[in-house]
Design a protein around this ligand. Structure first.
Ligand code: AMP
Length: 147
């Protein structure tokens, strides 16, 4: 749990590697559905485009279904649950051992986001400080402008 822009995906990848965990990302699941053009994906596209969360009655079930495939491993959840009903659905289905709260100062978040350049179509993220593009504000691969 943390504020958006707290480099939570970086932390997730590090803890996943160090603790040899599997991880489950609801954002990745939605992204896959969007690529496959499923009903959930089409819905997700609409809500994500508007900067909204997927409604609870649509969101938890594909997630929980997906989690059933992971029960033989220890795993981390990323991006889920995001609302109280999702939390209750998860709590009813699985026993969660640990919740991690990343407490990142607002100034640090601002600094990270200011250094961040994104190619939306490819979902590629650069950082001026430690992973800059070859040319300022241009995607290395497509030559298109970054935002
Ligand atoms: P993320 O990459 O985790 O930020 O997810 C990208 C987008 O997918 C979010 O901005 C939401 O619109 C949607 N999303 C991901 N996970 C959830 C969730 N658990 N509940 C509702 N919407 C979600």
């Amino acid at each position: 749990m943390t504020a958006p822009g707290s480099s939570n995906s970086t932390v997730l990848l590090r803890t996943t590697k160090h603790l040899v965990l599997n991880y489950f990302s609801s954002g990745d699941l939605l992204q896959d559905n969007m690529l496959w053009g499923t009903e959930v994906g089409v819905l997700a596209n609409t809500f994500i485009d508007q900067g909204k969360l997927m409604p609870d009655d649509v969101m938890p079930w594909p997630d929980l279904h997906e989690l059933k495939n992971l029960t033989q491993f220890s795993w981390q959840l990323y991006g889920f649950p995001r609302t109280l009903p999702q939390t209750e659905a998860l709590d009813g289905a699985y026993q969660v051992d640990t919740a991690v709260h990343l407490n990142v100062a607002f100034e640090v978040i601002k600094q990270c986001l200011t250094a961040c350049w994104i190619h939306l179509a490819r979902g590629c993220v650069y950082n001026i400080d430690f992973n800059p593009p070859k040319t300022v504000s241009i995607d290395d691969w497509s030559g298109e402008p970054l935002i």
